[in-house]
Structure formats: structure tokens, C-alpha cells
Design a protein around this ligand. Structure first.
Ligand SMILES: [Zn+2]
Length: 625
């Protein structure tokens, strides 16, 4: 090394040039990589230029997923700061790609929802028992249920066993008692205890027992808990706060025994006294007068869909739109939908659904860089409230679509596309257009996914809201996994390479739909058997499709299945069912429970509200296959 300096000078000079060249090359390639490349080829000696579509980037996908699933966004529960931060991030990306605001209100489309309930200060429970005044403590001795009505009632208590009326299994606690205008008190669970696989499994839910008591005219229902102090138990609310139409309280065993002793009874003794067919004896606590006051405050919060628009270049076709969707909300710290029971913690939701949201953002980038090929418009819809019951997409289709639904050519939904295993890709909604199967299989030739094609347009994500409005839909999904709805659904477990390929397929389908002359057709999916029915405890098939998002008194239908008993009865999308088989229907829960009691081929009355008019129809459910 004698003369180092000159050596270095020479070396430095060479290296500087090299670095310079390399830098220019990298900048050039990344620019060209992202922007539509125009290359020219010689075909039959004629110079022709060809546009190569910009490419979905795994780096960008990773970047978006890491940010959306970061602890800073706190699991993105609708109505929380973390969720709003996610919305801001999405808007910032849209702006960067030159995507325009997609709703009449700008990028954000706001809607309200019930985020939770809390007790108002007037909630109280007092008793006069054998001349003694007793005041019970909220949260310790008693606690109104989230679905409880607000109001004041007072009167005598009638014990109604476990509050189960199940003629189908020859058991009825109400067979020998009249509870009209009474306060009903119920023992915990069932004669078989809290056996989720026993013959009373379908009758254990407090909501169902509340409906049964309400339908028999009770003015309030008290559920005795097994705990002496309610503070000792962790209660899981079902996340559905709709009013069940009756005052409903949980009461500690200690408080219940305080009241029962006026009749020389106690909870343990009563549990032993039950019979196979129901309550053996009628017990009225006639030395007790109970005064209940509940003030259940339903906490309304606002959340936002984030909508970005890429207007089509064709004067006529730009009035038609393809909606690309992905929900960006998740569970926050857990809540009713969490599958990590007893674990409080940030549910990062990397796969559910930061993966789909990242796909949506990448599609916004690559399509806007290639917008000259898009004759129809493309709407990028990041929905909120999906985890709470498809609230955002339902709000979009029911309340304020950015384009007339009749001008909505198709909706492509990405929900959990980040955990592909052995190339398996579920594509749902195939039966909603005759063009889908050919198109998807054709495009898959270059990808080689193991396709699981599903016909149905309904399903547990936002595409269902659009299918309910007769719009062709596709649903992209890589399947459930052990981290689903748990804090362990983290960014480091995402298979971003496969996700890049899935998003590229969505890019190709979108480009095709946006540039071809004809719109694709819509067909109602033929779903074999009734595998879609809500759950296995149904004896009958009806074929109605409830709209879980609509907060109405009763149950609004987002559709009925072709050829189903519901269709034959004359039910249709938009109808609100308020009565069934002689029972009042106030919520999707009431509807579920009454459906479970129907018998095949036995015609029942169904009462609906249609355009403000009450209409009675005859419904004959069929046997479930
Ligand atoms: Zn999801």
C-alpha cells in the first residue's frame, strides 16, 4: 500500500462513477417499474406501442399491512381513535395516487352505530320484603343486560323455573303459570345446567328466555346468576345492543336468596326441585314487592367508510362503476367477536383485514397509473363496521351509494387474503354472474392457484350487502387460520408473495370489467341444499336473508332466495318482518328463535311492514335437507 492516497483517489473516482450509475439505474427502474411502461415492438415490421400494466408491489403491500396492523392503530375497532388513524392513512395514500374523493361527503362517508351500552344513574332495584326495605347494589347485586329495555316497573315476583318453553322437546316451564304483567324470576341455565351440547342447548341464551317471557306478557325478567357477587364473574355481551323489548336484569344468587327467603325457598333448593317436564310448582313471592328502574343508555358513535374514485375515461361508460372493497376495521382490544376468550390485548388484524385493505391501496395505485385503460369508473371502498355486522357496506348500499346501484357493474371484495396455504384460494360469488367462472379460470392459468370456487353471493363479508341488491360479486379469501380473531393475527405471519399474486388477479379482472364493451350479467346463485342456513338447530328452511345491519324494530330482509318458501310466501328484499307464528319479532334474535320453533310444511302467519303498510302473508317452511 505505499502510496495509498493516489490509490484511494483512483479508487474513489471509480466508485463515485459506479455509485452514480447505479443510483440512476435504480431510480429509473423503480420509476419504470411502477409506471405503465410503454414499449414498442415490431409486428409484421410495423412499429406498435404496447402498455405494460404497473405491477402490484410486495413491498408496498408489506408496508401497508405493517402500518395498519401496528400497535399504534390499536386493532382499528370502529368508532375508536385507532380506526380513525387508519382512515387518515388510507386517505393519504389515495391522495398520493391521485384518487379523487368517492362520496358526496368527500373521502369519508360517515354513519352512526351503537357502540355499547352503559347504565344511566337512575338505574335502581329496591324491594319491600316482609315489611323490610332492601336496596340492591348495581353491578354487585344486579345488572341490566345490554339488550334490556329502559323503564320502571314494580310488582310481585313469580318464579318460572328456568324460563324455558320447548314444546319440541316436551318441556315447558310456563305450562302451569300465568306471568302476565308479572316480574318473572328464572333459575340459571337449565335442568341440565349450562350444557352447551345438551337437549336445552338452544334454549340457554338469555335473549331467548327474555323473548319467551315477553311473549307471555311478563313486564320484566330477572336471571339469577350462580355468583353471589356479580363483580366476581366476567360477562361477555353478545355485541348486539338492540332492545329486546322487555326489562331484563342479571341478579346475584345472594340477592335472589334474600327475596326467596320470604317464601322459605332458596336457589339451590329450587334447582333440585325441578321436574323432567318443567316447573313442578307455581311460586309467587307474594310478601315481596319489587321496584325496578332501568336506564340503559345506548352509546351511539360515528365511524367512516373511506371511498376513493377513479373516473373512467369513456364519456358514456364512466357512469358505470366497479366497486373494489375491503373492510379496514377490526376488533380493537377484543370484545364479543374475539376468539381469544379471557385475553385482553390488541387484536392486530393483519390478515383480517389489513391484508385486504393493503390490496385495495395497491389496486388504487396501479390502476390510477394505468387509468387510460379504464373506460368505466372504479370506486375503492374501505368499509368500517364490518366486524359489527357489515354495517359500512350496508350503509353504502341502503343509504348512500356513490353511483346508482343499477349502474354498479360488479363488486369485488377482498377479506383475509394474506394467509394463503398451498396455493389454495377461495373465490366466492361465482354463481352471481355467468361470466365469472370462465373469467376467473382463464386468469388463473397464469397463476396456478388451487381454486375453491363457491357459488353463493351471500357470505360473512361486505360483498353480501351488494349481492342483496342484485349486483354480481366476487369474494377473495385465503381461509381461516388459528390466529383468526386473536391478538396473534400479526403482520409477520402474512404471506405477501401470494397476496401479490391474488391482488394482481383482482387488478386483471377489474381492468377487464372496466374496459370491455358489455357489462357482465347478473344471476341469482343457485345454492345447493340449505347449507347457508344460519345454524344447524333449524328443522326448517325458509330462504330469507336478514339484513343484520339495519337497526329497525323487527328484522329487515336484504333478500330472499330464488324458489324458497320465503319467495313463495311473497316476501321480498326490503320487507321488515314484525311478527311470525303469532310471536312479535323485534330483532334478528327473536327471528332466529322463532324460526327454530317452526315445523316443516306447517303454514304460519308472517306479518311484515312494507312501505309503511302492515301486510300478513302465509309462509310454509320446508324441511331442512
Ligand atoms: Zn374480516
Amino acid at each position: 500500500m505505499s502510496n495509498q492516497s493516489s490509490y484511494f483517489r483512483r479508487l474513489f473516482a471509480k466508485r463515485t462513477v459506479f455509485i452514480l450509475v447505479a443510483t440512476v439505474a435504480i431510480i429509473f427502474s423503480s420509476i419504470t417499474a411502477n409506471f405503465a411502461q410503454v414499449t414498442s415492438d415490431k409486428i409484421n415490421d410495423k412499429e406498435v406501442s404496447r402498455t405494460i400494466a404497473p405491477v402490484v408491489s410486495t413491498e408496498s403491500l408489506s408496508k401497508h399491512i405493517k402500518h395498519l396492523a401496528s400497535s399504534d392503530l390499536q386493532g382499528r375497532r370502529s368508532g375508536t381513535e385507532g380506526c380513525e388513524k387508519a382512515a387518515e392513512y388510507i386517505i393519504a395514500q389515495f391522495k398520493q395516487y391521485g384518487v379523487k374523493p368517492g362520496s358526496g361527503e368527500g373521502f369519508l362517508q360517515g354513519f352512526e352505530f351503537i357502540a355499547g351500552v352503559k347504565q344511566g344513574q337512575n338505574t335502581s332495584l329496591k324491594a319491600k320484603s316482609a315489611g323490610q326495605d332492601i336496596e340492591f347494589q348495581l353491578s354487585q347485586d344486579f345488572q341490566p343486560y345490554n339488550f334490556s329495555s329502559s323503564g320502571s316497573v314494580s310488582g310481585q315476583i313469580v318464579l318460572a323455573g328456568y324460563g324455558i318453553s320447548a314444546p319440541g322437546i316436551n318441556y315447558d316451564d310456563y305450562s302451569k303459570i300465568d306471568v302476565k304483567d308479572k316480574i318473572v324470576m328464572l333459575l340459571p341455565f337449565s335442568p341440565e345446567g349450562n350444557n352447551l351440547h345438551g337437549k336445552f342447548a338452544d334454549y340457554l341464551s338469555a335473549r331467548r328466555k327474555a323473548l319467551t317471557a315477553r311473549e307471555r306478557g311478563a313486564k320484566a325478567v330477572i336471571f339469577i346468576s350462580e355468583a353471589d357477587n356479580l363483580k366476581d364473574i366476567r360477562t361477555r355481551d353478545d355485541g348486539n345492543y338492540s332492545d329486546a323489548g322487555i326489562i331484563a336484569l342479571r341478579m346475584s344468587k345472594r340477592a335472589a336468596n334474600e327475596l326467596l327467603k320470604s317464601a322459605g325457598k332458596n336457589v339451590d333448593g329450587l334447582q333440585k326441585s325441578g321436574s323432567e317436564t318443567g316447573l313442578g310448582e307455581t311460586i309467587t313471592l307474594d310478601k315481596v314487592n319489587l321496584a325496578i328502574n332501568t336506564e340503559v343508555v345506548r352509546e351511539v358513535r360515528k365511524t367512516y367508510n373511506v371511498l376513493g374514485l377513479l373516473e373512467g375515461v369513456d364519456e358514456k361508460l364512466k357512469k358505470e362503476v366497479i366497486v373494489l372493497g375491503a373492510h379496514y376495521d377490526h376488533l380493537g382490544m377484543g370484545g364479543a367477536e374475539s376468539l381469544a376468550v379471557g385475553v385482553e390485548g390488541i387484536h392486530h388484524g393483519a390478515d383480517d383485514n389489513a391484508s385486504g385493505t393493503a390490496g385495495l391501496l395497491e389496486l388504487a395505485r396501479v390502476l390510477s397509473e394505468n387509468k387510460q385503460t379504464l373506460r368505466r369508473s372504479v370506486l375503492f371502498a374501505a368499509f368500517s363496521g364490518e366486524e359489527l355486522g357489515l354495517l359500512g357496506s350496508a350503509h353504502y348500499v341502503n343509504k348512500s351509494p356513490s353511483f346508482p346501484l343499477s349502474q354498479t357493474v360488479a363488486m369485488l371484495n377482498m377479506d383475509m387474503i394474506g394467509r394463503m396455504k398451498s396455493d389454495n384460494l377461495v373465490v366466492g360469488g361465482i354463481g352471481t354472474s355467468p361470466q365469472w367462472k370462465i373469467m376467473v379460470e382463464e386468469l388463473n392459468k397464469a397463476r396456478g392457484f388451487v381454486l375453491k370456487l363457491q357459488e353463493d353471493g351471500y357470505g360473512p363479508s361486505d360483498h353480501a350487502s351488494f349481492y342483496g341488491k342484485d349486483i354480481p360479486v366476487l369474494f377473495f379469501f385465503t381461509g381461516v387460520h388459528d390466529d383468526y380473531h386473536k391478538p396473534t393475527d400479526t403482520a409477520d405471519r402474512i404471506n405477501v408473495v401470494s397476496e401479490q399474486a391474488i391482488v394482481t388477479m383482482v387488478q386483471e379482472i377489474t381492468t377487464k370489467l372496466a374496459s370491455q364493451d358489455a357489462r357482465i350479467e347478473f344471476t341469482r346463485a343457485k345454492v345447493e341444499g340449505e347449507r347457508r342456513q344460519m345454524n344447524s338447530s333449524f328443522r326448517v328452511y325458509v330462504g330469507s336473508v336478514p339484513d343484520y345491519a339495519e337497526q329497525v324494530e323487527g328484522i329487515k330482509l336484504s333478500g330472499v332466495r330464488p324458489g324458497s318458501p320465503a319467495e313463495k310466501a311473497g316476501l321480498k328484499s326490503g320487507d321488515v318482518i314484525v311478527g311470525l307464528a303469532g310471536k312479535t319479532i323485534k330483532s334478528v334474535y327473536d327471528y332466529t328463535y322463532v324460526l327454530q320453533e317452526l315445523q316443516p310444511n306447517q303454514t304460519v302467519e308472517v306479518i311484515i311492514m312494507r312501505e309503511g303498510q302492515k301486510v300478513t302473508l302465509q309462509l310454509t317452511p320446508t324441511a331442512r335437507q
